[in-house]
Design a protein around this ligand. Sequence first.
Ligand code: BES
Ligand code: MN
Ligand code: ZN
Length: 485
Amino acid sequence: MINYRLFTTLSSELAQGHLITFPGSPLLKENLLQDNPLIAEMTELAEHGKLADTRFGCGPFARITLIPLSAWQDSLTDSLLTYLRPLFSAPVCDEVLLDCSDIDDTVLAKNLRFLFNQAHKLTDLGLKKLPSSSVHLRRINAYCAGTDASRMERVFSQQQAIANGMVAARRLADIPSEQCTPQFVVEEAQRLCAAFPNLRCEALDERAIVEQGLGLLHAVGKGASRPPRLLAIHYDGASSGPVRSYVGKGITFDTGGLWLKEGAGMYTMKYDMCGAANVLGLMLSIAELKLPVRVMGVLALAENAIGPDAMQPGSVARACNGMTVEINNTDAEGRLVLSDAIAWASQRHEDTRYIIDLATLTGAVVKALGYELSGLMTQDNALRSALTAAGEQSGDEVWSLPLDARMKKQTESAIADLCNTPTNNAAISASAAWLLHHFCPANIPWAHLDVSGTALWREGGKSVASGRPIPLLMQHLLNDLAIEE
Ligand code: BES
Ligand code: MN
Ligand code: ZN
């Protein structure tokens, strides 16, 4: 975990590590840095829109970076992050001093999460030999105006907790799927949740899944030698009140089933459990912040494998709410496990304020919205506006796709109540959401987030887990709690 400290003046104790600031900052006018010819030269460069970065002659700092002022206000195209990313691919020291004296709230939140997220790197999995000299970021120091200090303290502690949840989720998602099986996810969740007294895990093994009638989850998982699991994580930060539920798609590997994917499209499919991993991460963040609320996270865990017991196209399975689904495409497995998990979640508590599911559900959402925006599908207007606003605030944004009864034909089956995929290629992401909506009772507000484009980000030329949309969901929850008071 990476720690932080806040300062409102530049003491000599603070003058170390990597200073990140902007031309004209009040920080540069403080005694330690005043009348410094190097700073004057760097200021000139940064004022002309260029990155000014030096590791030489900048004592007592190990590195000084001046970033053009415009980047500190740009929440849309991530300019500040674009400057910072390469600098942190090989950090030169274990402390930074981030200048927070003139920074947009969303930009700050995003950049703090980026810095706190430096606690996890792919190479930390211990699968690759590293030079022993590699430096890790240990502490974030921040400089801000005295009048901002208490607000900043709140922002830092929240973003630190969010990032800690993201790190746990990303680490789990990055573990190769032959190790990261449904049972492994359950055990990791139990281990991580044990650190918080208000978190409790309830795991359903394969027998319990069958006994409780979760036939869709079972259909997807039964072809694998590594059996399916359903994991509910309960957080009781309040003794009464409605439960807020999050449901995550946890396909530990998606081969496509008998409707086999081709190799290149299968390569990143160990990440098909990011929804579930991020539900776990969110629960950890909520527990770390000790929020006064009841929350349930449900992880629908299965491996979509091929083999003699794999579900076959044309088969019909029954969900725990009694509805039957014809499985015509075994690669549309996510909606199957989610449907069961949503129905199960809706039955688990009497008073549910909302259910939000998150899933790497369709490749089509990437075609529609790209890699920056998660797809939001809901019929609940209040939830739609709240999630959209929380997205803008947190910088973890969503964009809505239409979802209503005009999708009806897309899920019709001659043999069962529903069919898991339409025979056409129309509105693929919303058709999946339309299937899901049948499994959430109409009196519970429900929203679906398709995170196929956002749950991964590019790092060193490779796609790795991003931890999104944990920031969005935490911001939404914080806003929701403030309204309720
Ligand atoms: N896990 C995939 C969706 C996916 C694809 C996520 C690429 C990230 C990148 C999902 O299970 C899937 O295979 N969806 C199908 C749906 C289709 C069969 C209707 C898809 O997107 O092709
Ligand atoms: Mn699939
Ligand atoms: Zn999938």
